[in-house]
Design a protein around this ligand. Sequence first.
Ligand SMILES: C[S@@+](CC[C@H](N)C(=O)[O-])C[C@H]1O[C@@H](n2cnc3c(N)ncnc32)[C@H](O)[C@@H]1O
Length: 243
Amino acid sequence: MATDPRPAPPPRRFYGRRTGRRLRPGRQQLIDSVLPRLEIVLPEDGRALDPADLFDVAPKSLWFEIGFGGGEHLVWQAERHPDIGFIGCEPFVNGMSTLLAGVQDKGLTNIRVWSDDARLVLDRWPAASLDRVFMLFADPWPKNRHAGRRFVQTETVALLADRMADGAELRIASDDPGLVDWSLWHVRADPAFEWLARGPEDWRHRPEDWPATRYEEKQLHGAPVFLRFRRRPRSDVSSTRSL
Ligand SMILES: C[S@@+](CC[C@H](N)C(=O)[O-])C[C@H]1O[C@@H](n2cnc3c(N)ncnc32)[C@H](O)[C@@H]1O
């Protein structure tokens, strides 16, 4: 396979925490023995990943979750969509161990994980290959002075637009009004995305195929807002940007 012609991406820095309370022996065991079987390994030569190599059975479609926390949403979706391949990204090891417990309890075979900043794996992901991307309460940086730490930036929205297939859906949730505005502004500023809301009901109510996450249930900042965007077909978007 040819080497990736795209220029090297800028360095990534993840500001969130990676470790929390010491893991119980059973959870540590999952990290030691199950994680290596499910963890995505990037090709050493800088090539883009081939998602077909990740799963034993070729999935019908690929869905991607950024910052899955304890993985409740990811497990819920994976259980209901066995023919879809799921990629979950979460650098927080305690969250990863909770996801692995869920994967094991439910006997799921359609989840692969990335235990670092989602941008690092997206940098090496092939274009137009993701059919759904979830980012649920995953930007924990409400203060303006920390805005640079947020995942949602002009450049990362463009990265998602490139990796998502025509017609794919991007779902973002937040309970912080400032972060909702930030996300809406950045995603709508990218011509590749169309906001699917027709009225307040659409962003105030979670669709039935969108379970509440653990973070959402804490109701920390206010009413959650649910944003859905469609990746416009490339033939409809005239864009000169390159990644
Ligand atoms: C507030 S928690 C929400 C977790 C979960 N989605 C939920 O709703 O319960 C935010 C999570 O996003 C993760 N996160 C933030 N930025 C990330 C990034 N760039 N790549 C991967 N995960 C990220 C954090 O590690 C953290 O676990």
